[in-house]
Design a protein around this ligand. Sequence first.
Ligand code: NAG
Ligand code: NAG
Length: 179
Amino acid sequence: MHSIWTRANAVFAFTLSVLAAMTFAAFLTTAFNDNIAPVVIKSSNAQVKNVPNYSANRAKNDLASLNFDIQVDVSPVFNWNVKQLFLYLVAEYSTPLNPLNQVVLWDKIILRGDSPVVDVSSANPKYYFWDDGNGLLGNDNVTLVLRWNVIPNAGYLPLVQASGSHTVRFPSNYITGKF
Ligand SMILES: *[C@@H]1O[C@H](CO)[C@@H](O)[C@H](O)[C@H]1NC(C)=O
Ligand SMILES: *[C@@H]1O[C@H](CO)[C@@H](O)[C@H](O)[C@H]1NC(C)=O
């Protein structure tokens, strides 16, 4: 005759094993997804100013402005093991100072249940697009790419880059005044 405590213990142990097995299944069934989706990025109005930065000597650096469009449908990335996505737009370019510069211009969190379609039109960077020197003036190969962190219920955090990119050409003259 089992006492109620023996039964409760058996039920608890069973529940725990089922949960562990499901967590592992959530990880296993999604661990090999590539999590990639295509993106279309466009831009316009690329401009560069040369303005004093925050350093004590107020050295002048390049500060850029542009408008961009982002169109992506991340529904192929969502599955039962995806809690949310953290999307961010990165500008990558090389300069005489650094072989690779990466500047985050914009980001967005998409929760499960949110619309998986991102359609951003003529947006401004959310964050300042500073170069640490004068590497933006006349730079004709600034590449915009969209990346995302997949935040799962169980398992590791994949970091992927959407397929598709866009090249921005900055003019070779500074503008004065406001962007
Ligand atoms: C300011 O500009 C100088 C020269 O371009 C650069 O070396 C320095 O890192 C910049 N400082 C900041 C805080 O951006
Ligand atoms: C532009 O930059 C990308 C990487 O940021 C590089 O792969 C590509 O070869 C460059 N293109 C030119 C024409 O320099």
